[in-house]
Structure formats: structure tokens, C-alpha cells
Design a protein around this ligand. Structure first.
Ligand SMILES: [Mg+2]
Length: 242
């Protein structure tokens, strides 16, 4: 196992945060640094969207709009990052209720089954990240999915992406009734895994989610591109030497 000095790792993780939120992240207070050596994480926690699977709500917007009364862009806006999606993904709303609201707002004329297909078939694998996950499994590292999501997306992903079966556990917003960056879903992950603080390495593409993990002492990687994520994980000693 090749383990470089912490200097390069710290520098690297700092670079991960060279976005406008960089100043907000208390890297030096992160207890992942144990003296001069970074703690090797016990588990790796993956966000799903834009970390393992790419997605594009424009695809759903176009397909639904083709059978509705609104332009695709407006349908897309109504679906993605909307108060409606938030209610669906935090659990109080069923798939049928979600469908009814979309139907009322857009005038969609198709069935629930058609809608479900259009809404959920927006994902594609990110091959370097699927390979990275497989490499961690080969090293015997437990891995978890930690996602703001909904039952329609989960049903589709379980059916279509074999890699998704190969995690030790799944912490899903609509099941735990809390969405990242809300503290309750992070507590749910700690409860499920029995791990906390620097034992946890967490990858996510959204700065606010990563910051909430770092605030709990988790080791974090803000995903910007797969090669950088892989390099950061390799530097933590979690991958076999090349
Ligand atoms: Mg994401």
C-alpha cells in the first residue's frame, strides 16, 4: 500500500474546494488529520447523481411535454430542483400523488406507467466511477449509497444498472424522510454504518452536501471529475498499488 505524506493529500483536497465555497470549509479543523498522517477511512460513501450516474431532466421534460400543454423547458423546471420534487424526495408524497400534481400542472395525457418511464429514464453510467467503485470492492472496502432520490428513480436504477446491487447499504432520502444537507440524513448514515467522523469518506458533487459531511468530521471529496476523485482515494491508501 502506497501512502504518500499528508501534505500532498491536504493540498489535493484543498484543490477540490477551490470553488467559491472554499473559504466556508474548515479543512484545518477536520479531524481526518491525525497528526501529520491522514486517517485511512473504513468505509466509502457515494452520492449517486453526477457521482456514479449522470442524469438529465431535459430528457424527461421533452418526453412528458410531447404529451402535455407546456414547453419542455417548463416541464423540466417543474420537475427538477422544485418544491414538488423536494416533497416527493423527502417522503411525504407518494408516486401517485406526485404524478397527479405533474398531470394537473402540465396537462400530461399519458398514464402513470408512461409518466414513470419518462421521469425515471434519465440516467447513464459514469464508467470511470463505476470502475472506481469496483476497485474499492476488490480491496474489501465497504461502500454505501447516500442519495436524495425517489422511489421511481430507484426502481428504474435497480432494474437497469447491475453495479447498483453491489453496495453494503443504501441511505435514501425518501426512506429516511430527510434530504442532504439536512443533518438527519447524515445521522441516519452514521446509525446504519456504525461509523462516524474520519472513518467515513464521502464523495458528492454538491458543495453544500460535502460541507455538511465535513462539519461532522467526515473526510470528503467534492467531485469535479472522476480522475481527481480516483487520485484522492488512491492517496488515502484505499486502492491497490498500480
Ligand atoms: Mg449528486
Amino acid at each position: 500500500m502506497c501512502f504518500h505524506g499528508s501534505k500532498s493529500v491536504t493540498k489535493y483536497i484543498s484543490q477540490q474546494f477551490s470553488t467559491p465555497v472554499a473559504g466556508a470549509l474548515p479543512l484545518m479543523q477536520n479531524p481526518s488529520r491525525n497528526g501529520s498522517v491522514l486517517t485511512k477511512p473504513a468505509i466509502v460513501v457515494f452520492d449517486l447523481g453526477k457521482v456514479l450516474l449522470d442524469f438529465d431532466y431535459a430528457i424527461a421534460g421533452r418526453r412528458i411535454a410531447a404529451q402535455a400543454n407546456l414547453p419542455a423547458a417548463e416541464v423540466q423546471k417543474f420537475l427538477n430542483q422544485s418544491p414538488l420534487l423536494h416533497r416527493y424526495e423527502t417522503g411525504p408524497m407518494t408516486r401517485q400523488e406526485f404524478f397527479e400534481e405533474v398531470r394537473q400542472f402540465t396537462g400530461f395525457r399519458g398514464s402513470l406507467a408512461e409518466f414513470s418511464g419518462f421521469f425515471a429514464d434519465i440516467f447513464s453510467e459514469m464508467p470511470p466511477m463505476i470502475a472506481l467503485h469496483a476497485a474499492l470492492r476488490r480491496q474489501g472496502i465497504p461502500t454505501y449509497i447516500f442519495s436524495n432520490t425517489n422511489d421511481l428513480a430507484m426502481e428504474h436504477i435497480r432494474r437497469n444498472f447491475p453495479f447498483f446491487a453491489k453496495f453494503d447499504g443504501y441511505i435514501l432520502s425518501y426512506e429516511v424522510r430527510s434530504m442532504k444537507p439536512d443533518a438527519r440524513i447524515y445521522e441516519a448514515l452514521e446509525a446504519m454504518t456504525g461509523k462516524r467522523g474520519a472513518e467515513i469518506l464521502y464523495l458528492d458533487d454538491r458543495p453544500e452536501n460535502v460541507e455538511a459531511g465535513a462539519a461532522r468530521g467526515w473526510q470528503v471529496i467534492l467531485q469535479t471529475d472522476p480522475a481527481k476523485s480516483r487520485a484522492a482515494i488512491a492517496q488515502l491508501g484505499l486502492l491497490a498499488p498500480a
